[in-house]
Write a protein that binds this ligand. Structure first.
Ligand code: ADP
Ligand code: MG
Length: 260
């Protein structure tokens, strides 16, 4: 799993153990004079599920966006597998191909069917044949329980169904790891559970995931580790039961008091 231009047939390499999927070293990110990330260092192992929690404005989205190179870090290093993605010569598209990202807004193409939403990037970016792309699409629709809706258009689906399709679309690119930025925050409360269930099953399959969420019960149940951020710093991290159940830092305690 060494080159940025990984092909689809190496996508099962998450079985590798003892290797960091992501290493973040002294990451800083400023917007003008506003330093939003202040020296973040974090390692995430293959197959690990890390939930990032913290107040609004603490830098959670910026951290995920730096990992996907949607933001250019101001300083520091980020490695995906063995590859430094903060290297100025890095192939940015190649890096993004290795990392799935799911946002609060599902961003499906409204004029395409569910199936076409899943095949378009596969054929254009991965240059898969139409039939291979459909095969992968159908496999991933099955993973998220959306097989029965392959001919539907996004507007015909509930928010929870749209988000499950967005997850399947990401999975169809065979990412090494998945980033989720508040994937259930835009959903009506009764639709949150079906999306969390899909994420839980991905976790059980061994997918490496970094998840920004306010769903504390989900974090407690599924995360191997919880990272609490505030003011651009990682204030506290550890097993979910410890960070959420028995926080040590004042800022963690006061945040949890507000959200629990
Ligand atoms: P969180 O996801 O924890 O709510 P964000 O990472 O979205 O926090 O934002 C952290 C800070 O960075 C905020 O003060 C926000 O205004 C600022 N910020 C985020 N993105 C940009 C941007 N593109 N330009 C300027 N400031 C930004
Ligand atoms: Mg955010």
């Amino acid at each position: 799993m060494s080159t940025p231009s990984r092909t689809t047939d190496s996508a099962d390499s998450r079985g590798h153990v003892g290797r960091h999927a992501i290493s973040i070293r002294n990451l800083k990110k400023s917007f003008g004079s506003n330093e939003v990330l202040k020296d973040i260092s974090l390692d995430i192992d293959q197959g690990e599920v890390v939930c990032v929690i913290g107040p609004s404005g603490s830098g959670k989205s910026t951290l995920l966006r730096c990992v996907n190179l949607l933001e250019q870090p101001t300083s520091g290093q980020i490695f995906v597998g063995d590859d430094e993605i903060t290297d100025p010569d890095v192939d940015i598209d190649g890096v993004r191909r290795r990392i799935g990202m799911v946002f609060q807004s599902f961003n499906l193409f409204p004029h395409l069917t569910v199936l076409d939403n899943l095949t378009v990037a596969q054929t254009k970016v991965l240059r898969r044949s139409k039939s291979k792309a459909r095969e992968a699409a159908r496999h991933n629709l099955e993973r998220v329980g959306m097989t029965h809706k392959e001919s539907a258009f996004p507007a015909q689906l509930s928010g929870g169904q749209q988000q499950r399709v967005a997850i399947a679309r990401s999975l169809s690119m065979d990412p090494e790891l998945m980033l989720f930025d508040e994937p259930t925050s835009a959903l009506d409360p009764e639709l949150v559970g079906e999306v969390l269930a899909v994420m839980k099953s991905l976790a059980a399959e061994g997918m490496t995931m970094m998840i920004v969420t306010h769903e504390m019960a989900f974090a407690r149940e599924v995360a191997n580790r919880v990272v609490f951020m505030d003011g651009g710093f990682v204030v506290e991290q550890g097993p979910a039961a410890e960070v959420i159940g028995d926080p040590q830092e004042v800022r963690t305690k006061s945040f949890l008091h507000r959200v629990l």
